[in-house]
Structures are given as structure tokens and as C-alpha cells.
Design a protein around this ligand. Structure first.
Ligand code: GDP
Length: 363
């Protein structure tokens, strides 16, 4: 407070009021925006490597953005994080809605963090436009315990788009998470469509959650998904459901014997557990450890990662070519007309395609 002689009790003239301090900026948006814009890709990468989760989240948002300027920064960040990535166990988790994915991830994740000292990132791939039967994959509210953990980073699926696009973003997010020190990555997907293939192409171990049903489980299972699984875990083996779960597990084991040995040389294991009551969780972790030891020794672990890197290079080329083609104004304009000509049988589909490609490449 300043001393003003005019405020002296002896003084009889006008008094001076105290001034007020300049009020703080109350629009928090203004500040975060300023902060964000001043970050260079090197600063992003540096903060990510320090384990700064806020910055990691912002970088993931850039990865997910469709804006070309965001994509440019995102690619730079990824490049800078790449040397610090790769040191994690990447685990794909799939199962139909209601199989208990979120309950299980919650239980399994808490086990990894508290009993094994891990840092866990939970990502998701869900390309369907209407979210899978009301459950947003990777939604924090579905993983109540994990969402309160400092050592857990939970990120829902990138919003709807082409499966390839959504999957690429998740794969890039894995790199950022690993650079931030997450040594275990879960990639969740729903076991109903093509997304398993995408998840399979970015994880080291693919876990299939199944339920004991009415005795004819095997009929409803897509053979392709079972063939991709490195481990099948039968959930809800609790209460009076234990016998049925054991029976289902035996049936899965028998079925797996009919499949040819996968390229890993590893015969997938089948376990029963209860995500809700947290029974049999360490056994799942042991199975994955065993698999890792086995495939590291026989060279498959690295071979799989290499072939995944190759796959993603070609996927990215394909995706960008496709996007570039369809986003070209000239093509967009001509495409509708060409489509009509095909529908009126004035031109064959193949000839129409060739004309469009000629138009595109001639530019
Ligand atoms: P998601 O759709 O695959 O993510 O499945 P949720 O984790 O949301 O689980 C679906 C329902 O099954 C919920 O009502 C869970 O409480 C229940 N559930 C999940 N795991 C278990 C379990 O181990 N035992 C029992 N009895 N119920 C479970």
C-alpha cells in the first residue's frame, strides 16, 4: 500500500482511494492456446521424454488431427521420439462387447502397475462411426481404478475414420507413449470386425477374451480371430460359472490343436480368470512373459516387429496416396459424373477408374 499524504487524518482536503491490482486473465483458453503455439516439435519431444503427460496428450491430439499443419508437427515429433521408442511390451486385447474388456484391463493394469512396477498406456482402435454398442473403447470411465493411477495413460480411440487411418494414428501414438516411458502398451479393440487385423499388426502379443457360453462356443467364433490369438483367456470364471469356463477352455484348447502351428512356433495357451474378482490375473502376465522369452530366443519377436514396420510403411504410402487422390478438387468434381456414367452403363467400372487415374497422374 502506498502512503498518500492526502490520506493523513490531519489533512482536510480530498482523499485518495487505493488503486486495485490488475485482474488476472480469467480465460484459461487464452493461456493454453498461447502456450501451445509456442511449442516447437523439439520441445514437444523433450517434454514427452521427461514423461510430461499433458504434453503427451497434446501431441497425440496433433497426431489425430486432420489438419496438414498439425500433421507436419506431429510427424516431426514422432521422428524425434522414434529413437526412444520400442522398449515396451505391446499387447492387443480383443473381445466382443460384454466379454469384459474394460473390467479386465482395469484389473490387469492395476496388477501390472502395483505388483510389477509397470507404466501402462491404454489405447484403442474403434473405427466404427457409431461407437461399439455404447461403449467407447479406451474410455476412462470404463476403467475406474486405472483412470486414477498416475502410472496409467488412457486414451480413447481416434474418432471415426477409415480403419487404416485410425490404426495408423494409434500406432504412432504407441511411439509417443513409449518415448514418454510407458513400458507396457495395451491396444483395445472390439472383436467384431476387421479391426483385430489392424491391432495384430502393431502388437507383440494378441490376447483374445472369450466367455463360456452354452456349450457350442466354437461355432460362434471367427476362425480368423482365433488364429491370430497368442493367448485365449476365458473370463468370468467365478461363482457357479467356473465349471462352464473350464469346459470352454478345454474346448478352445482342442480347437487350437487343429490349427497349424503359427509362425511364432508358440502354441497359444488358454487360461480361465475373473476380471471382476481379480482371479488368475498374475497367470495371464506369466503367460505373456513366457511368450516373450520364447519368441525373443527364437528370433520371432524381432522378426514380427520388423515385418510390422514394413507393413506400416506401405500402409502409410497407400493411405496418403488414397487421401491425396480423393481430396484433389479436380478428382472430386469429376468423380460424381464418372460414377453416374458407370451406373448408366455408359462405361465400364475399369475404364472409369483408368480415366480417373489418368486424370490424376497427368497433372
Ligand atoms: P466390455 O464391453 O468387453 O468392455 O465388457 P465390460 O468390462 O464392460 O463387462 C461387461 C459386463 O460383464 C459388466 O457388467 C461386468 O461387470 C461384467 N463382468 C466383467 N468381468 C467379469 C467377471 O470376471 N465376472 C463376472 N461375473 N462379471 C464380469
Amino acid at each position: 500500500m502506498h502512503h498518500h499524504p492526502e490520506n493523513d487524518p490531519q489533512y482536510t482536503g480530498l482523499t485518495v482511494n487505493e488503486g486495485v491490482a490488475s485482474p488476472p486473465v480469467i480465460n484459461p483458453y487464452l493461456q493454453t492456446r498461447k502456450k501451445r503455439q509456442t511449442f516447437s516439435s523439439s520441445e514437444y519431444a523433450e517434454e514427452i521424454r521427461k514423461g510430461n503427460i499433458t504434453v503427451l496428450s497434446q501431441a497425440v491430439t496433433l497426431v489425430e488431427s486432420q489438419k496438414p499443419e498439425h500433421q507436419t508437427v506431429a510427424q516431426e515429433i514422432i521422428e524425434k521420439c522414434l529413437p526412444y521408442s520400442g522398449n515396451s511390451m505391446r499387447i492387443g486385447i480383443t473381445g466382443v462387447p460384454g466379454a469384459g474388456k474394460s473390467t479386465s484391463i482395469d484389473a490387469f493394469g492395476m496388477h501390472l502397475i502395483h505388483d510389477r512396477g509397470k507404466k501402462l498406456a491404454v489405447l484403442a482402435i474403434d473405427p466404427s462411426s457409431e461407437r461399439s454398442k455404447g461403449s467407447i473403447l479406451g474410455d476412462k470411465t470404463r476403467m475406474e481404478e486405472l483412470s486414477r493411477e498416475q502410472d496409467a495413460f488412457i486414451r480413447p480411440s481416434p474418432s471415426a475414420g477409415s480403419l487404416g487411418g485410425v490404426a495408423r494414428k494409434t500406432r504412432e501414438t504407441i511411439i509417443l507413449c513409449e518415448a514418454a516411458g510407458f513400458d507396457t502398451i495395451f491396444v483395445e479393440t472390439v472383436g467384431v470386425g476387421q479391426s483385430e487385423t489392424a491391432v495384430h499388426s502393431m502388437v507383440d502379443f494378441f490376447l483374445l477374451i472369450q466367455l463360456a457360453g452354452t456349450g457350442d462356443e466354437l461355432q460362434g467364433i471367427k476362425r480368423g480371430i482365433m488364429e491370430m490369438a497368442d493367448g485365449i483367456i476365458v473370463n468370468k470364471a467365478d461363482g457357479d460359472n467356473i465349471d462352464r469356463a473350464n469346459l470352454a477352455a478345454a474346448q478352445y484348447r482342442n480347437a487350437l490343436h487343429l490349427f497349424p502351428l503359427p509362425p511364432s512356433g508358440w502354441t497359444p495357451k488358454v487360461l480361465t480368470y475373473s476380471g471382476y474378482y481379480k482371479l488368475g490375473i498374475p497367470e495371464i502376465r506369466n503367460m505373456i512373459d513366457e511368450y516373450t522369452d520364447f519368441t525373443r530366443k527364437n528370433g520371432y519377436f524381432d522378426a514380427r516387429r520388423h515385418s510390422q514396420s514394413r507393413y506400416w510403411m506401405y500402409e502409410s504410402i497407400n493411405e496418403q496416396l488414397r487421401n491425396n487422390f480423393y481430396q484433389s478438387p479436380e478428382i472430386e468434381a469429376a468423380l460424381k459424373e464418372k460414377e453416374q456414367q458407370v451406373l448408366r452403363s455408359e462405361i465400364s467400372s475399369f475404364a472409369a477408374a483408368k480415366q480417373m487415374l489418368d486424370l490424376y497422374f497427368k497433372k
